[in-house]
Structure formats: structure tokens, C-alpha cells
Design a protein around this ligand. Structure first.
Ligand SMILES: [Fe+2]
Ligand SMILES: [Fe+2]
Length: 148
């Protein structure tokens, strides 16, 4: 890969994939499954940003990540709402904020040709996912587990 290509890609180093471990478990298998899928999709985005594949592959990866994020958030909110509507409202506000951040990143990636994933963006996506699971998802899943 040429130096020009490396510079164009912002960092030249493919991000280390995110690995789901038991430390990320929220104790509810169907929510864990959703998180594993989201992690796979972020890793696919990392992969596509540094592959020689067509921009179309990046567009697909972005579309899948956004669609699955929306579906996962809706599923999680429905789950929470059935047990604790107030907790659901708080959690939903965080999901809205998170999705707006994801949407802005994805739009920028596509606008810039789908091949511009710099290390700061990769780090942000990793943090975006892991921090939410470790804080909000774990806290509210614990409420659900206590109630059941
Ligand atoms: Fe959540
Ligand atoms: Fe979640």
C-alpha cells in the first residue's frame, strides 16, 4: 500500500476488532445476542474501511450497522418498557443521543467515499458501543433481572 493511500485513510492501521467477552454480558441472552451482532457489524465496518473492496461494500456495512442498531435499540426499549416504563424513558433518551452520533459518523464516512476511518473515529465507535453496554445496558438489565 502506498504512503499516499495510507495518508488518505487517516491512520493506515486497521483497528483491532472488538471482542465480546462475558465482561460485556448483561445477563439476558437475547440482549447479549443483539450486542454480539452489533459488535460484528462494527468489526465489519473496520474491515471494509481498510479493504480494497468496492465503496458499495462500505455502504452496505454502514446500512446494516445503522439498521441493526435501530432494531436493537427498539427491542431493548420494548423489553424495558414492559418491566419499568420510567427506566425505559431514560434509556430511550440515551439511545436517541447515541443514534444521532452514529448517524453523523456514518454520513461522514459515506460522504468521504467510505474509506476514511481514522483512528479517532474507530476509537469513538469502540467506545460508543462498549461504554453504553457497560453503563446503561448493564444498569437497566440488572433492574429487569431483579424484577423477574
Ligand atoms: Fe441500550
Ligand atoms: Fe444494548
Amino acid at each position: 500500500m502506498s504512503r499516499t493511500t495510507l495518508l488518505k485513510r487517516g491512520c493506515g492501521v486497521k483497528p483491532i476488532p472488538i471482542v465480546w467477552t462475558e465482561a460485556l454480558s448483561v445477563g439476558i441472552s437475547e440482549l447479549d445476542d443483539g450486542h454480539k451482532r452489533l459488535i460484528d457489524l462494527v468489526n465489519t465496518l473496520f474491515e471494509n474501511a481498510f479493504s480494497e473492496g468496492a465503496p458499495r461494500d462500505m455502504e452496505k456495512a454502514v446500512a446494516r450497522l445503522m439498521a441493526h442498531t435501530l432494531a436493537h435499540f427498539a427491542h431493548e426499549e420494548a423489553y424495558l418498557h414492559s418491566h419499568d416504563p420510567a427506566a425505559c424513558t431514560r434509556h430511550q433518551a440515551e439511545h436517541i443521543r447515541l443514534f444521532a452520533e452514529l448517524e453523523a459518523i456514518c454520513k461522514r464516512l459515506l460522504r468521504e467515499g467510505g474509506k476514511e476511518l481514522d483512528s479517532a473515529t474507530a476509537a469513538f465507535l469502540r467506545q460508543w458501543m462498549v461504554a453504553h453496554i457497560m453503563s446503561h445496558d448493564k444498569r437497566d438489565s440488572a433492574l429487569l433481572l431483579q424484577a423477574s
